[in-house]
Design a protein around this ligand. Structure first.
Ligand code: ADP
Ligand code: MG
Ligand code: MG
Length: 896
């Protein structure tokens, strides 16, 4: 016979905390508290297996469930000294849902079940408090009718409100027994009217109605949506808890409250909670009356004139202090507690891991490790790596007033205030005058890079989470809201219309990239705090992790940020961003437009000192840490002007006929630039570009080493290699340049030459490529595009639908596609090691800052990941968690 029902109470229980899958979180923890000897009202849990049975059998219960419930109910009655439905001494119960993971979409709790027109009189007689009995009954009618029978709340609020108006009453506490009796009659009439049948008087009908409603709520829309958003499997099911009522509404010596064992917003080690005298259930959170503080300390802090529980009920407070201290030590985590005091006696109604802010999570984890309650590994494992992002950027002051004018996607976290500017060049020139600007565009393109860099934040009205604006902003650590579709931009007029108002260029707005909000005016900010608990936890993570963490950094500012965030080197420096700079683009265009080698070399000679200066600065900042520099990658046409106006402007500046420029633009334009003349293919056509870059790198390395005294060993990286022949062709030229530099400088440069692995063929032929290449860096952005045959820029129109329809679990550009792209990486690693056993293996690209992808990189045996500077701490933590997971063979950790 299957056991469907597990009892608890009176100092023991059939279940325990480890049985969350079967009993749900609430049921398992009620059992655990009972086992610990804490005062828990007796009750029983109907298992999640009943839920599974219910749905597998056309919403019907197992045959023997009723008998098991009857037995358990008798036991509860015996313990509570009452009988369910007994006209002389009735047992009242609560019916509470409780899934494995706490789930807001589920049925609300029904309290005081078992009351009807007869039992209410018995309760009145036995308690000697008619008002209490009627107050409980009216609560029950309203809750049951709403939660189980679907009568809207306001039908009852209307009645209560009308009654109060009619009798000049305002607070519930002012209503006497007769008032409630009158209201009960009106409530029942309203239910009968709404449902065409009377409110159920049969207590068993009440009980099974409530149990059925809990199981049915597993499949309501709210619950389904919540499960989808949080990845909770449908077949987990919910449990149902039936528990003897204890009454916090039995006069002035009764109360109900909620508490956290530590402060959930700061993590401070101090009890934090509220209670209400003469109240029941969720009155505290419902906000009908202002709750009182539990501790005297927080009463003083909040300058409340109502007494604390500590003062009002010192014995109860002392007992509660004993319980919460024991519970926290037992669960080894901050707990969220519910309790009720019935006529001076304390009852515990719930305990669970308390939800907390990221800041509090850090403090609690570090404190508990210092207290010896948990190990450092556990502390590291408990912090959500993704959540850490919130701490790394300035955020809006939660107490500041906000006027939201539009909401888009939270594309890149952090908040910023600035004046509106619609043009990237203008953004740059205003920045040069030390003004803070927000770049507002319909969408952005590679030509806006300088404007995005100059801006404090970016706002677009079109595009999703993987749009150009979103990806680039995340890489740069700029807050970004994308796809704020209700905003209308008029570039010509220099205005944007949002929330019914017109904003002009120069007007101040605030962007919150963490919530997607666009706000009017300047909202107050809070700066990130990188020392303290954060620094401590990161140091622990660094001790645990095996994987190295580097940053992708193109500019001195990026490199400085990378060091500040703890990067151990630069894994990817993209040289093309240097080419886009305003004072260089002209020389770049000259090179592209040159009709012969000589002309090209003349232009390259102009670029050489600029590139050398860039690299020198980068090497100096990195002081001997490894730096990987990727040779020019994008197709040349990206550097050319577009549109008549721009072409004319550039033509005039360069003294070249506009037709010539236009002809060259047309010549260079491609159908699929992503698969076109780019990467090493460009270098093979124009080896002189590679030679110039190699010279700039090697000379800069020598200069920086001489200046700082720290030896620099640059890693020169060739992009988009498909064959070993391509690699050898270019490596030979780089070595020739190195020989020349050695001769000129009189020192032998130390450097390595490696490649990006971003084409499937390169993964497959990794063994032979590794015979030539000294390191690999997996470029998983391009590898994802080429493996799946999806261009990231065009994926927006269908990938979100794939995710929504459940065809793929996540966007493969956000989290690495382990089955496909991951297998290519694994093949590349294995074969690469065959070709060169000590080969250095890294990954760069957006994935390197994604915790799930970092976990994969750890398992795949890579040496390091390289992500944007602002995600370096996330990668450090994720790498440590990957190492811990491997060690104890566990799955993803979380605090819930
Ligand atoms: P939730 O999951 O929404 O917190 P709960 O089942 O915990 O729902 O209950 C809602 C409220 O009712 C809580 O304040 C809880 O303490 C109270 N409550 C639940 N069962 C009882 C009971 N048997 N006696 C008194 N109060 C109860
Ligand atoms: Mg609730
Ligand atoms: Mg609760």
């Amino acid at each position: 016979m299957t056991k469907w029902v597990y009892s608890f109470g009176d100092g023991s229980a059939e279940g325990e905390a480890g049985m969350k899958a079967l009993l749900g979180g609430k049921g398992a923890n009620l059992a655990e508290m009972a086992n610990l000897g804490l005062p828990v009202p007796p009750g029983f849990t109907i298992t999640t297996e009943v839920c599974a049975h219910y749905y597998a059998n056309g919403r019907s219960f197992p045959d023997d469930l009723k008998a098991q419930v009857d037995v358990a109910l008798k036991k509860v009655g015996a313990s509570a000294g009452a009988g369910f439905g007994d006209k002389g001494n009735p047992l009242l119960v609560s019916v509470r849902s409780g899934a494995r993971a706490s789930m807001p979409g589920m049925m609300d709790t029904v309290l005081n079940l078992g009351l009807n027109d007869l039992t209410v009189e018995a309760v009145a007689g036995r308690s000697g408090d008619t008002r209490f009995a009627y107050d409980s009954y009216r609560r029950f009618i309203q809750m049951y009718a709403n939660v189980v029978l679907g009568v809207p709340h306001d039908h009852f609020e209307e009645i209560l409100g009308g009654y109060k108006d009619q009798h000049g009453l305002s607070l519930d506490t002012e209503l006497a027994a007769e008032d409630w009796a009158d209201i009960i009659a009106r409530y029942k009439a309203r239910v009968a009217d709404d449902l065409d049948r009377a409110f159920p008087q049969d207590v068993n009908e009440q009980l099974w109605g409530a149990i059925g409603a809990v199981f049915s709520s597993w499949m309501n829309q709210r619950a389904i949506t919540y499960r989808r958003l949080h990845g909770i499997p449908k077949d987990w099911g919910t449990a149902v808890n039936v528990q003897a009522m204890v009454f916090g509404n039995l006069g002035e010596t009764s109360a109900t409250g909620v508490a956290f064992t530590r402060n959930p917003s700061t993590g401070e080690k101090e009890l934090y909670g509220e209670f209400l005298v003469n109240a029941q259930g969720e009155d505290v959170v419902a906000g009908i009356r202002t709750p009182q503080e539990i501790t005297e300390k927080s009463r003083i802090a909040s300058s409340s004139d109502k007494p604390s529980l500590e003062r009002l009920m010192p014995a109860v407070f002392a007992e509660f202090t004993d319980y919460y201290t024991r519970l926290e030590a037992h669960y080894r985590d901050m707990q969220d507690l519910e309790f009720t005091v019935q006529e001076g006696k304390l009852w515990m109604l719930q305990t669970r891991s308390g939800k907390r802010t990221v800041k509090a999570a850090l403090k609690v984890a570090v404190d508990m490790a210092d207290e010896g309650l948990i190990s450092r590994e556990e502390a590291v494992a408990r912090i959500s790596a993704d959540g850490l992002d919130q701490l790394l950027h300035p955020t809006l002051d939660p107490d500041a007033e906000r006027e939201v004018i539009a909401t888009g996607l939270p594309a890149s976290p952090g908040a910023a205030v600035g004046e509106i500017v619609f043009d990237s060049d203008e953004a740059e020139s205003l920045k040069a005058q030390d003004r803070r600007v927000i770049l507002v565009r319909v969408e952005t393109s590679p030509e806006d890079i300088h404007g995005m860099h100059a801006a404090a934040a970016i706002l677009t009205t079109r595009g999703g989470m993987t749009s150009h604006a979103a990806v680039v902003a995340r890489g740069m650590g700029r807050p970004c809201v994308s796809g704020a579709g209700t905003i209308r931009i008029d570039y010509k007029a220099g205005t944007m219309t949002a929330g019914g108002a017109v904003f002009r260029k120069g007007d101040t707005i605030t962007i919150d990239g963490s919530s997607g909000q666009v706000l009017k005016g300047a909202v107050a900010m809070r700066q990130p705090e990188l020392s303290g608990d954060f620094g401590t936890l990161m140091a622990w993570a660094d001790e645990i992790r095996v994987l190295g963490v580097r940053a992708n950094a193109d500019t001195p500012a990026d490199a400085r940020a990378a060091r500040e965030f703890g990067a151990e080197g630069i894994g990817l420096c993209r040289t093309e961003h240097m080419f886009f700079d305003e004072d260089r683009i002209l020389a770049v265009r000259e090179m592209i437009l040159a009709s012969d080698l000589e002309g090209r070399q003349r232009a390259l000679a102009k670029l050489l000192p600029m590139q050398r200066a860039d690299f020198t600065e980068l090497f100096e900042i990195m002081r001997g840490l490894p730096v990987t520099i990727r040779l020019l990658d994008p197709p040349l046409h990206e550097f050319l002007p577009h549109g008549e106006e721009e072409i004319a402007e550039v033509g005039a500046a360069m003294g070249v006929a506009p037709d010539l420029i236009e002809a060259r633009v047309n010549e260079l334009s491609e159908f699929n630039p992503m698969l076109g003349h780019r990467g090493c293919r460009l270098a093979i056509t124009y080896p002189e570009i590679t030679e110039m870059q190699a010279r700039a790198i090697l000379e800069a390395a020598a200069d920086a080493a001489a200046k700082t005294g720290a030896p620099v060993e640059p890693e020169i990286m060739i992009p988009l290699i498909a064959t070993r022949a391509e690699f050898d062709f270019l490596a030979e030229r780089i070595r020739a340049v190195a020989a020349k530099v050695a001769e000129e400088k009189g020192v032998e440069p130390v450097y390595t030459i490696g490649t990006m692995i971003e084409l499937p063929r390169a993964c497959l032929r990794a063994e032979e490529i590794a015979r030539s290449a000294e390191f690999f860096s997996f470029g998983t952005n391009d590898l994802t595009q080429t493996c799946l045959g999806i261009s990231r820029d065009d994926a927006g129109s269908f990938l979100t639908e794939y995710v929504a329809k459940g065809l793929i679990p996540v966007d493969p550009f956000v989290s690495i596609d382990e089955g496909g792209v991951g297998e290519l990486v694994t093949i590349g690693v294995e074969r690469g090691k065959k070709g060169r056993p000590d080969i250095k293996l890294g990954i760069c690209g957006e994935h390197a800052g994604d915790p799930a992808s970092v976990d994969f990189c750890h398992r795949a045996g890579l040496s390091y990941v390289s992500c944007s500077p602002y995600r370096v701490p996330i990668a450090r933590l994720a790498a440590a968690q990957a190492a811990i997971r491997e060690k104890d063979g566990s799955e993803q950790h979380s605090t819930d």
